[in-house]
Design a protein around this ligand. Sequence first.
Ligand SMILES: Nc1ncnc2c1ncn2[C@@H]1O[C@H](COP(=O)(O)OP(=O)(O)OP(=O)(O)O)[C@@H](O)[C@H]1O
Ligand SMILES: [Mg+2]
Length: 492
Amino acid sequence: MVNYSGLPSPLSIFSAYASMSASIMLFQTMVNQVFPHQVQDYIFSRIRHYFKPLSSTTTLVIEERDGMSSNEIYEAAEIYLYDKISPEIDVFKLSKQSKEKKLRVNFAKSWKTTDIFEGVEVIWRFVSEECKKTLTFPGHGNFDNDIFVSEKRHFELSFDKKYKDKVLNCYMPFVLKEANVIKAEKKVVKLHTLGCSSSYSSAQFWDSINFEHPSTFDTLAMDAGLKKAIIEDLDRFLRRKEFYKKVGKVWKRGYLLYGPPGTGKSSLIAAMANYLKFDIFDLELANVKRDSDLKKLLLRTTNKSILVIEDIDCSMELPDRRNTASLPIHADARRPRDQQFTLAGLLNFIDGLWSSCGDERVIIFTTNNKDKIDPALLRPGRMDMHIHMSYLTIEGFTVLAKNYLKVHDHQNWQFKEIQELIESVQVTPAEVAEELIKSDNAKICLERLVKFLKRKRMKNEETEEDGSHVLELFTTKRIKSFDNKMNSVEVI
Ligand SMILES: Nc1ncnc2c1ncn2[C@@H]1O[C@H](COP(=O)(O)OP(=O)(O)OP(=O)(O)O)[C@@H](O)[C@H]1O
Ligand SMILES: [Mg+2]
């Protein structure tokens, strides 16, 4: 039925629509009668898919994780978009972890913003979904269920299809570059520690907070020559990207810090992280359950980071590691042998696969007792530098006095006495630092320190007079007072 203008009349449109609706209803009834529910759903979803209006928009999904590793584009987008969170207009997420000083503003669920790049409009949307997984653990004869909840996050980037090339080839590199600039400008060092979803769950992940350790090379009580050597080594490492590439070596540097408790090993790690502006990944081997978990965790560390494994001698529970290098670090009888891991395995993985998956990696091991650690760690080529953190020296004390009390040696008569005492007593920077914060008054602090050092010296002398220990302590003291009073660095 066509009217004189050549257009279909309203009546013809209505009758066509009515007959189409009737056919659809007939088809629907037929499908409902013939097919089971699941098949019906599938048929209707396919029909909807084919008959939906053609979209002119493309959407890129940028997930937080790319398999086992973090996705660099997601991280860049997070940094780039962070400044676009506007508390006045949008709903935003506010959080604070107990160890953190500042509030943390973050993207709320379904947060959305528009960005314009060279005249092209793109829309960013933050999507976060909760995933619940039920894990079953064998209990006493029965099975305990534990629900493990994790968050899956991604960004969706939508834009007009015709700008696909421009977005992929120009906008995305722009976002990556901008993120690097922002990161360098207000680089906040992060401390990543091991987290676990629940006491039963085996899933382990890195949990991060802002790292606000005040230690720097200026505040470290250490011989100036050693400090200079470490700083120069770090600078050389950063500069040598091309060199490492040319010689076919992985761009990583390993340090072994050893010395008695309280001599500043952890403080030096903090100073290095603050100097390099690298994140710290603090790996407590005692909390890692399986070899496969360890590998996953290592692969989830990022570039420009420091992997720290403290007290490596204590992570190895076996009495003598020299003959047992292939025995597991965790000799846990409840676990099958293939699920345990060895130091040799860990080192091979770090040297091999892990290092080749990233750039600008620093790895630091610490120990109180270098003699007790596995020879595998001391092998040439393993750790590039062995740094001995010693008892307090006069030079170290000068740094502490300046930092804690703002006094310089020439200003104070007690300095000479303290210097003489420090030369004759083995005292750690931690012990002296503890005395120096006991009062706001520098004079009182130094007087107390003199008393403390005299008491310590007397105690040592008394112990030396106790016949049963004479030989051992004498030997230890004479040898160690020479050895341990020297910070030293050994480039391997
Ligand atoms: N060399 C140092 N320079 C400045 N402060 C220091 C130094 N060594 C120790 N301290 C002070 O003592 C505290 C404890 O030191 P730190 O944790 O760095 O020692 P450590 O060698 O890592 O000890 P442990 O072997 O027990 O882990 C620090 O927070 C700092 O205040
Ligand atoms: Mg420490």
